[in-house]
Design a protein around this ligand. Structure first.
Ligand code: NAD
Ligand code: UDP
Length: 321
């Protein structure tokens, strides 16, 4: 394989850090750009000694000047708690970020991949969701800054392709989890695991019958790299996710069993516009990328639990000193 120089925006975040590590492993040079809003240097600290790795503190809402062959655009807070903290900034990050990576790709004739999301389907009226579905998104609700920002970014990716011939690619990522999620990320898998390990109540929003389908991060990263490697006529969008769908109650049950925790369930209000169900149709990824997830939920949860056990142990050791 020919080695490339690759820009990963949002590279110090959860998925970005795994992607940077994998690209380095494959022999590429990686420039990781991040403003550390939800990411951290610590996520890529093990890569800092690698001479093919560079870390740059920058915001994607500012123009980008790099010489690269490929760009993965991941910069954007992904947890509802964080993307709703400064919603106007979240939309700017998706829209201006997309414009800046696309302008750079256009100038350099580089390939560019957008990390879009299953949230473009909103609270889906069809089930499972395939890529031909246009979605059911509230344009003015508390989640809209994320959903509509990502939808607009997809529009820009397709317009730059049609108008300027940019070699652009769009993947729609479904709920992904694994090591390197932030302790305070706020998403369901990390919340449940951290609560279970600390003996705190497990916070179920609503009655817990809403569903999601969870993909382990290694599987996702493999799919992203395969999408980038496709021919220039394969633009997407392509769903990447694990079709194994379950309710949040069932997820809580699994986490309690695997951690051996005695935590109790605590029911809290369901956030506005929380999608009722989510389940990817991945037939397109199977046929175009020869990709499907390999890591079962049980195995992925065990690895993630082991990671959080270590993080919590280090934290309590530091607090004791
Ligand atoms: P994350 O919050 O851990 O990572 C996002 C990264 O982007 C962080 O490092 C953050 O500091 C950085 N960032 C945010 N705003 C920025 C800005 N303006 N300029 C530069 N950097 C900025 O989230 P993640 O789960 O790793 O998600 C990565 C990408 O994948 C996001 O674009 C997200 O929308 C997408 N995605 C993730 C999931 C999932 O389940 N994890 C699902 C669908 C889509
Ligand atoms: N959720 C929950 N308890 C939590 C965090 C989330 O029950 O502590 C629910 C949330 O309401 C949603 C599902 O879990 O129905 C997935 O939430 P997450 O924030 O992980 O992702 P998203 O809603 O963006 O799919």
């Amino acid at each position: 394989m020919c080695n490339k120089r690759i820009l990963v925006t949002g590279g110090a975040g959860f998925i970005g850090a795994h992607l940077c590590a994998k690209l380095l492993q494959q022999g590429h040079e990686v420039i990781c750009l991040d403003n550390y809003f939800t990411g951290a240097k610590a996520n890529v600290s093990s890569l800092l000694n690698n001479s093919r790795f560079e870390l740059v503190r920058q915001d994607v809402t500012l123009p980008l000047h790099f010489e690269v062959d490929e760009i993965y655009n991941l910069a954007c807070p992904a947890s509802p708690v964080h993307y709703q903290y400064n919603p106007a900034k979240t939309t700017q990050t998706s829209v201006l970020g997309a414009i800046h990576v696309l302008e750079l790709a256009r100038f350099l004739k580089a390939k560019v991949l957008q990390a879009s999301t299953s949230e473009v389907y909103g609270d889906p009226a069809i089930h499972p969701q395939d890529e031909s579905y246009w979605g059911n998104v509230n344009p003015i609700g508390p989640r809209s800054c994320y959903d509509e920002g990502k939808r607009c970014a997809e529009t820009l990716f397709f317009d730059y392709h049609r108008q300027y011939g940019v070699n652009s690619k769009v993947i729609r990522i479904f709920n992904t989890y694994g090591p390197l999620m932030n302790l305070a990320d706020g998403r369901v898998v990390s919340n449940f695991i951290v609560q279970a390990l600390q003996g705190q109540d497990i916070t179920i929003y609503g009655d817990g019958t809403q569903t999601r389908s969870f993909c382990y991060v290694d599987d996702l990263v493999e799919g992203m790299i395969r999408m980038m490697a496709t021919e220039s006529d394969c633009i997407g969008p392509v769903n990447l996710g694990n079709p194994c769908e379950l309710t949040m109650l069932k997820l809580a049950e699994n986490v309690l069993r695997l951690t051996g925790s005695k935590s109790k369930l605590m029911f809290k209000a369901l956030p506005q516009d929380d999608p009722r169900q989510r389940h990817p149709n991945i037939e397109l990824a199977k046929s175009k990328l020869a990709w499907e997830p390999k890591v079962a939920l049980e195995e992925g949860l065990q690895k993630t639990i082991a990671y959080f056990r270590k993080v919590l142990a280090v934290r309590s050791f530091r607090e004791e000193r």
